[in-house]
Design a protein around this ligand. Structure first.
Ligand SMILES: Cc1cc2nc3c(=O)[nH]c(=O)nc-3n(C[C@H](O)[C@H](O)[C@H](O)COP(=O)(O)O)c2cc1C
Length: 181
């Protein structure tokens, strides 16, 4: 049985978290567009990572394409975004509006703080942020989006790392005990 990390992001925050996890365990890591049904065969644990753009998970199209292949696997999802971790309802809404229930029901989900470097964004994404800011007003969070931020830190992976360790241990056959008597 093999185990994989598959992620989809745009500017490197999700990739950075995926790489840190891949180094820690170690596990092969794929960008979603390079991971097809063949790669998913014989996979036990699948760790999926995705960032959020305008309320949608970047990995949603890939998940929907490979729904059948994901069936029966151990699933973990980490979601990288600019929404504060205290805003649980908003974060949950991103997931529920991007992925089918049959996946969200069977997934352990972790939320991680992201990174946005305004000068590195494409003109399209800058425009989208500007348009979004017109609708969402001048809240602190909104200003933060336009200023940019970098909250990507290895230490945020503590909870997801311990869950991966637990699931990998579960995969190991329990050692046989011989009773001599
Ligand atoms: C155009 C644009 C739209 C975004 N939309 C959202 C959003 O709806 N909710 C959110 O929490 N973060 C949003 N973000 C922030 C990203 O999710 C965050 O910067 C994330 O770390 C990006 O990760 P990546 O580099 O792996 O793509 C948006 C960023 C951009 C540039």
């Amino acid at each position: 049985m093999k185990n994989l990390i598959v992620y989809q992001g745009k500017y490197g925050a999700t990739e950075q978290y995926a790489q840190w996890l891949a180094e820690e365990f170690p596990l092969p890591v794929y960008r979603a567009e390079s991971c097809d049904a063949n790669e998913l065969e014989q996979t036990g644990l699948l760790v999926m990572g995705s960032s959020v753009y305008i309320g949608k998970l970047q990995i949603s199209r890939w998940v929907n394409k490979y729904l059948n292949q994901l069936y029966g696997k151990q699933l973990i999802l980490f979601v990288v975004s600019g929404t504060p971790l205290s805003e649980k309802e908003t974060l949950l809404k991103y997931v529920n509006s991007s992925l089918p229930e049959q996946i969200t029901d069977r997934c352990r989900i972790f939320y991680l703080p992201g990174r946005l470097i305004y000068n590195k964004l494409s003109w399209k994404d800058r425009l989208l942020l500007r348009i979004a800011s017109i609708f969402t007003g001048t809240s602190r969070e909104n200003k933060k989006m336009l200023r940019g931020y970098d909250d990507v830190k290895k230490e945020h992976l503590a909870a997801i790392s311990s869950e991966i360790s637990r699931l990998l241990k579960e995969q190991q056959p329990s050692s046989m005990t011989t009773v001599i008597g």
